[in-house]
Design a protein around this ligand. Structure first.
Ligand code: HEC
Ligand code: HEC
Length: 459
C-alpha cells in the first residue's frame, strides 16, 4: 500500500477521532466558512487574479493589470518583490514636504494604455522611494481587531518609552472611522477601502467610491485624450457584485499565515525581552465580524498597528500625518518566505537569518533601544530570536524541503524525528521535530497522523 493510500484508509476508518487540524497554509481560506462564503472566496480569487482589460476600465495610467500580478508569493494574495515608486519634494526653505499632488504624486503609475498618456517622475521631485507589496493573508482578521485594542496600544505608549499613534481613516464605503491596519505608512483601515484605493491607484479602475481616474502627472487634458471609458467603470456583475466587492471577499476570507511551532520557542521570549514585542504586539482576539469565521478568533500578527518614528529607517516621503521618517509597524506574520524586507525591499540577498539581522539593523528612531538590546545579546540568544522569526509563516509538517507543500518526504522526515532508529530527544518547541508535533505534546501520534492526512498535498 502506498503512503497516500495508507493515509486515506486510516483517515476514513470508522470511529477514529483525529482531533486537531493543521493550520491553514498561505493562500487558503479561513476555516469555518459557510458554503456560500466559500463560493464567494473562490469567485473572489478569480477576480483578484484576472487581468483587467481596457474596456473594463484599465488605466489610462496604472502599475499593473491585476492584484495578483503583484501579490502572489507563495500563493495568490501573497507578497511580491515588484516595487512601486513614490515621489515628492523634500521639506526646504520653510516649506513642508510636498507630495506634488498637482503633478500626479505621490504614487507613480509606471505604465499607460497609450504612450501619449504616460506618467513620469516630474523634475520638481527630489525624493523617490520604492515600496514592495506585503501579503494580504489574514486581512479580514486584521480588520476584525477591535478598535479598543489598538486604542489601548496607543494609551500605553508613554509607559513603554514609545510614541506610536493610530492613523485614523473613515472607510470610503461608509462606517465608523478606525485605525489603519495595512500599508507601510498606514493606508485605509478596511479591506474594502484598501481595495477601492488599490484598484484605482494601481490599475486605474474607478468605482462609485473613487470615481475619478488618476491624471498623468495631474494633466486633466491628457487624461481626457486617453480615457474612453465612462466612470465609474466598476459595475455590478450578474450576481450584483462589483470587482471591488469580489476582491474584497477574497482577501477578507484569506486565512492567517501559519506559525510553527505555534508557541513556546525560546526565541519568542528573547523577542519580548529586548522590546521587539513592544511594537510587534503578538496577540489579539478579533471582535464581531459579518463573516462569522472571522469573529472571536485568536490571532498572532505581531504588530501594534501604530505609526512610529523609524529615524534613518524612514522612506523620506510624508503622507498625511505620517512624516518622512514614520512607518506603520509591519505585521510580522508570514515573514518566513520573504526574500526582501522593509518597505523598499532594500534588505535583500543572503539567508533568511541574514535578512532579519539586517532588517533589525535598518530600524532606527523609536526602535533604537530595542535594536541595541538585540545587538548586546549573546550570539546564541540572537540566533534563537531569528529562529523564532523563521517560525512565522512556517507550514506545519513541511520539514524535509521547506517548499510550502506537505508530501511523502515530509512524512518520512517527521516520522523519523520521533520514531526513527535513533530518535532525536528530547522534543520541545526548539527541536527540529517541532515542525511536525502539531499539538506540542512531544510525540508524533494519531493526532498528527490525522492532521497530516488532511494537510497532505498529494500528487
Ligand atoms: C503594481 C503592484 C501592485 C498591484 C497591481 C496591487 N498592489 Fe497591493 N500593494 C502593492 C504595494 C507596493 C503595497 C504597499 C503599499 C504601501 O503601503 O505603500 C501594497 C499593499 C496592499 C495591501 C496592504 C497589505 C498590508 O498588510 O499592508 C493590500 C490589502 C493590497 N495591497 C491589496 C491589493 C488589491 C486588492 C489589489 C488589486 C485591486 C492590489 N493590491 C494591487 C503593490 C500592488
Ligand atoms: C518602535 C517600534 C519597533 C520596534 C521596537 C521594533 N520594530 Fe520591527 N518594525 C517596525 C516598523 C515601523 C517596521 C516597518 C519598517 C518599514 O516600513 O520599512 C518594522 C519592520 C520590521 C521587520 C521587517 C518586516 C518586513 O515585512 O519587511 C522585521 C523583520 C522586524 N521589524 C523585526 C523586529 C525585531 C526583531 C525587533 C526587535 C529587535 C523589532 N523589529 C523592533 C517597528 C518596530
Amino acid at each position: 500500500m502506498s503512503l497516500h493510500h495508507l493515509l486515506l484508509a486510516l483517515g476514513t476508518s470508522a470511529g477514529l477521532s483525529l482531533g486537531q487540524d493543521h493550520q491553514a497554509r498561505m493562500g487558503e481560506p479561513v476555516p469555518g466558512l459557510t458554503a456560500a462564503e466559500a463560493d464567494l472566496f473562490d469567485a473572489g480569487a478569480l477576480a483578484f487574479a484576472a487581468g483587467l482589460t481596457i474596456p473594463e476600465g484599465l488605466g489610462p495610467i496604472m502599475n499593473d493589470v491585476s492584484c495578483g500580478a503583484c501579490h502572489n508569493i507563495p500563493a495568490l494574495g501573497g507578497w511580491g518583490p515588484n516595487t512601486v515608486i513614490r515621489f515628492g519634494r523634500s521639506a526646504q526653505a520653510g516649506q513642508p514636504f510636498d507630495t506634488l499632488d498637482l503633478l500626479g504624486g505621490s504614487l507613480l503609475q509606471e505604465q499607460a494604455i497609450d504612450p501619449a498618456c504616460a506618467e513620469t517622475i516630474p523634475a520638481q521631485a527630489d525624493v523617490t522611494s520604492e515600496r514592495l507589496a506585503p501579503i494580504c493573508f489574514g486581512a479580514g482578521l486584521l480588520e476584525a481587531i477591535p478598535e479598543a485594542a489598538l486604542a489601548q496600544n496607543e494609551a500605553v505608549q508613554a509607559s513603554l518609552g514609545l510614541a506610536g499613534y493610530r492613523r485614523m481613516f473613515t472607510p470610503l464605503e461608509g462606517g465608523p472611522a478606525g485605525a489603519s491596519r495595512f500599508g507601510w505608512k498606514g493606508g485605509p483601515s478596511t479591506v474594502m477601502s484598501f481595495s477601492i484605493d488599490a484598484a484605482n491607484m494601481e490599475m486605474g479602475l474607478t468605482s462609485v467610491f473613487m470615481p475619478d481616474d488618476q491624471a498623468p502627472n495631474g494633466d486633466q487634458a491628457q487624461l481626457a485624450l486617453c480615457d474612453n471609458v465612462a466612470d465609474p467603470e466598476d459595475a455590478p456583475d450578474a450576481q450584483g457584485y462589483t470587482r471591488v466587492d469580489r476582491i474584497t471577499h477574497f482577501q477578507a476570507m484569506l486565512a492567517a499565515p501559519p506559525q510553527t511551532p505555534r508557541s513556546g520557542t525560546m526565541g519568542e521570549g528573547v523577542f519580548a525581552a529586548v522590546g521587539c514585542a513592544d511594537c510587534h504586539t503578538p496577540t489579539y482576539t478579533t471582535g464581531p465580524h459579518a463573516i462569522g469565521a472571522l469573529s472571536g478568533v485568536e490571532i498572532h500578527p505581531y504588530s501594534d498597528f501604530l505609526i512610529h518614528d523609524m529615524g534613518s529607517g524612514g522612506d523620506g516621503i510624508a503622507d498625511g500625518p505620517v512624516s518622512e521618517t514614520q512607518h506603520l509597524t509591519r505585521a510580522l506574520w508570514g515573514l518566513s518566505l520573504r526574500t526582501s524586507m522593509m518597505h523598499d525591499g532594500s534588505i535583500t540577498g543572503g539567508s533568511f537569518d541574514q535578512l532579519v539581522h539586517d532588517a533589525i539593523l535598518a530600524h532606527g528612531g523609536e526602535a533604537t533601544a530595542s535594536q541595541a538590546a538585540y545587538l548586546a545579546l549573546s550570539p546564541s540568544d540572537q540566533g534563537a530570536l531569528r529562529k523564532f522569526l523563521r517560525s512565522l509563516g512556517q507550514a506545519e509538517f513541511d520539514l524535509s524541503d521547506d517548499d510550502h507543500d506537505v508530501d511523502e518526504y515530509d512524512w518520512f522526515f517527521c516520522f523519523q524525528q520521533f520514531n526513527g532508529p535513533v530518535p532525536t530527544a528530547p522534543h520541545g518547541p526548539d527541536s527540529v521535530g517541532a515542525l511536525c508535533d502539531l499539538d506540542q505534546d512531544g510525540d508524533f501520534d494519531l493526532v498528527e497522523f490525522g492532521a497530516f492526512q488532511r494537510a497532505f498535498t498529494g500528487q
